[in-house]
Design a protein around this ligand. Structure first.
Ligand SMILES: NC(=O)c1ccc[n+]([C@@H]2O[C@H](COP(=O)([O-])OP(=O)(O)OC[C@H]3O[C@@H](n4cnc5c(N)ncnc54)[C@H](OP(=O)(O)O)[C@@H]3O)[C@@H](O)[C@H]2O)c1
Length: 323
């Protein structure tokens, strides 16, 4: 934990992982000890990063998949952050120096996301995308949540999910899916929640609140006899989702644009995190991390816990696989 007494002097540069051309992380991602930090605007917060999480959008963006709407290179990847406030802009109301915060630093994930992400010693975020870190969470646990849990919440709202409706989650064991299940049960009051996953994750999904975990390696969801009021597609199997929904029901997808389902891209919003704070601090909604995971080739699904004493290259003390 970073105590407020250890808040560093305001830096003009930051150590960061950065890429200047699109490609695979192993080829294009480089450590730079001296990335200039832009001036804070009135509504922004400078954060000393303690933990950063990487999502699929990080590697998709690095691969160039977002080119048409991306910000010009170079980029420091990382949407999710947990850390300590070291400076606030003149109009910032919610936070003060020393506060422990978390959030998804890019308000729009694919439409001109931030140049400076969270895989750095310091990062900058708009006040409105941040929230106070739940007191019961470690920094890595907090960093694992924002992008995935906001996406989960926004999708359930867009689908007008409520306690009386049944829900099917396609991709229930993923970063987004695990939170769709938990929010559907604890925040929206759902009691009929089905979700797909592989054989080894059935128990995890049951523990998260799915009354009906479905093994996608054994059953085709389009052949499943039961139909659902709402289907949340978190893997891009929208055709199957459309076959599994009741007439008049709703299908939301976070992967497949251009289908009959409602496609959306999350808007990062600190007020959603504040709204969920009670559920997280009560232990009802939990981050799902695997402390034994090893960082793989693909740069996604990981929380990177940055050492306070950052020495070049940024000293990664722990990594955890999300879900
Ligand atoms: N539009 C948006 O705003 C938005 C926001 C966030 C994410 N996304 C996108 O949504 C997708 C999911 O993101 P994420 O962070 O949840 O990814 P993730 O954590 O990497 O998801 C991995 C999970 O997908 C599951 N999976 C793979 N194939 C499956 C299948 N056929 N049926 C059921 N589950 C399957 C796996 O479950 P098993 O381990 O059980 O195999 C695994 O746990 C990504 O494509 C991401 O880019 C979009």
């Amino acid at each position: 934990m970073v105590a407020s007494s250890s808040i560093p002097t305001i830096p003009s540069h930051t150590k960061a992982w950065i890429y200047s051309e699109y490609g695979k992380s192993g080829e294009v991602l480089k450590f730079d000890p001296n990335v200039p930090l832009p001036q804070l605007n009135d509504h922004q917060v400078l954060i000393k990063v303690v933990a950063a999480a990487l999502n699929p959008v990080d590697y998709k963006r690095m691969a160039g998949n977002l080119k048409p709407t991306d910000t010009p290179l170079p980029h420091v990847p990382g949407y999710d952050v947990a850390g300590v406030v070291v400076k606030v802009g003149s109009e910032v109301k919610k936070f003060k120096v020393g506060d422990q915060v978390y959030g998804d630093v890019s308000e729009k994930a694919v439409d001109h996301p931030n140049v400076l992400g969270s895989l750095a010693e310091f990062t900058i975020a708009e006040e409105k995308v941040l929230a106070h870190k739940p007191t019961n969470l470690t920094f890595p646990e907090a960093a694992s949540l924002p992008l995935a849990i906001i996406t989960a919440y926004e999708g359930l709202e867009r689908a007008q999910f409520s306690a009386t409706k049944s829900l099917l989650v396609l991709g229930g064991a993923g970063g987004v899916g695990t939170h769709v299940i938990q929010l559907a049960k604890h925040v929206f009051g759902g009691t009929k929640i089905a979700a797909t996953c592989s054989t080894g994750k059935l128990e995890l999904l049951r523990n998260l609140g799915a009354h009906l975990p479905i093994d996608y390696t054994k059953e085709k969801i389009e052949n499943y006899p039961e139909k659902f009021d709402v289907v949340y597609d978190a893997i891009g199997e929208t055709e199957s989702a459309l076959k599994a929904v009741k007439e008049g029901g709703k299908v939301v997808t976070i992967v497949n644009p251009g289908t009959a389902a409602t496609f959306f891209v999350l808007t990062s919003d600190g007020s959603v995190l504040e709204k969920l704070r009670g559920y997280i601090e009560d232990g009802k909604v939990k981050p799902i991390l695997d402390p034994n995971a090893k960082m793989g080739e693909e740069l996604c699904g990981f929380v990177v816990f940055l050492d306070n004493q950052i020495i070049p290259p940024i000293n990664v003390t722990s990594i955890y696989l999300v879900t």
